[in-house]
Design a protein around this ligand. Structure first.
Ligand code: ZN
Ligand code: ZN
Length: 352
């Protein structure tokens, strides 16, 4: 996967530059510069890796902007591939940096935030029934951002954004990340990782972080769909501009449904989250193993909350053992209901 520099215009006269950044080895993200009459705004700042820092400066050069031109830096959300570059960039600018209040701790006090978050993650892993050595490996991966985090400062949170940028429009869209927001300038929308053109955004269960989970994400997606109505261009944090939002939302719903259907089909016998994860994704290694166990946790939580599956080993769970889930009702009936609740809007529209 690679990414390219690009330029766009808003109908209100803003000039927009898309900066490709290699935020991790072979993993790309985009930052955007929005140049308007009275402000030059950077949206997201890449990671703290050297490749990302170099790419960011190269992007500035191509856009004909120097870091000291920036008036504001706005984060779409507090993931390290979007804010990690701030530490190196901030001293080069006088820009005021803003993020959502729910991501303030992870961005500015990451080590302490991670210490608490990884305890919750460890408790989730204990629930999944993963083997001890795999659990240790995943916990170490979860904590890896500690090694690449650098001291980062925020000047304001979005509680107070209109004091800094009276004319920016913004909506809070938690789910992928607690403090995720979507920003809008004229008819151009910056949606971060809310929705992607070629992938389904990452999700985790709400037990490993407040404002997470599939229910929250789907609710935000519907709020976002209504809010961006009339926008001409939707630019995201990792891949190509969204050209057809209803299609893309529908495809995201279908991807989530496909994975959850696989889970439901496997649940003809009681399974742990780690066994369900294997049934959906097969055997995966490295960071992918971490991502899929979190996603599976989000799917199982959603099914469990709605009574579509149940836990069959309360005694074992009480003793600290993993939870075993079993399909509570008939397979095809449950699948139909799942389809209805996940993509209610999409399918109502199709039927009309
Ligand atoms: Zn993200
Ligand atoms: Zn991202």
């Amino acid at each position: 996967m690679s990414a390219s520099f690009s330029e766009f215009d808003s109908t209100g006269g803003a000039k927009i530059f898309r900066l490709p950044l290699q935020v991790f080895p072979d993993f790309w993200a985009y930052a955007y510069i929005v140049r308007r009459e009275r402000s030059v705004i950077l949206i997201d700042a890449g990671s703290s890796l050297e490749t990302s820092r170099q790419d960011l400066l190269r992007g500035f050069e191509r856009a004909g902007v120097v870091p000291s031109d920036l008036t504001h830096i706005l984060l779409t959300h507090g993931h390290i591939d979007h804010y990690g570059g701030l530490a190196a960039l901030k001293p080069l600018t006088g820009a005021k940096v803003g993020c959502h209040e729910l991501d303030l701790q992870t961005v500015t006090r990451h080590e302490a935030w991670l210490a608490l978050a990884s305890r919750r993650f460890a408790s989730f892993l204990a629930e999944t029934g993963l083997a001890a050595d795999a659990t240790d490996a995943l916990l170490n991966m979860y904590r890896f951002t500690k090694k690449i985090h650098q001291p980062t400062f925020i000047d304001f949170t979005y509680d107070d954004i209109h004091a800094y940028l009276p004319d920016v429009e913004l909506i809070h869209t938690p789910g992928h990340c607690p403090g995720h927001v979507v920003l809008r300038f004229d008819d151009v929308v910056f949606c971060g990782d809310m929705i992607l053109e070629n992938a389904t955004p990452h999700l985790h269960p709400s037990t490993t972080g407040a404002y997470g989970g599939l229910s929250q994400y789907l609710a935000s997606l519907e709020a976002f769909r209504a809010w961006v109505d009339g926008a001409r261009l939707i630019l995201n944090g990792h891949d190509e501009a969204i050209v057809n939002l209803p299609d893309r939302i529908d495809a995201t719903h279908r991807n989530i449904l496909r994975r959850m259907s696989k889970a439901l089909r496997a649940l003809t016998q009681p399974l742990t989250i780690s066994e369900i994860c294997y049934a959906i994704y097969g055997a995966l290694e490295g960071y992918n193993a971490l991502l899929v166990i979190e996603k599976t946790g989000a799917y199982v939580e959603y099914l469990y909350e709605r009574g579509m599956i149940e836990i069959v080993n309360a005694d074992e769970v009480e003793q600290g053992g993993p939870a075993r889930y079993w399909r509570a009702r008939d397979e095809s009936e449950t699948l139909e209901e799942l389809q209805r609740v996940i993509s209610a809007k999409t399918h109502i529209q199709e039927a009309a």
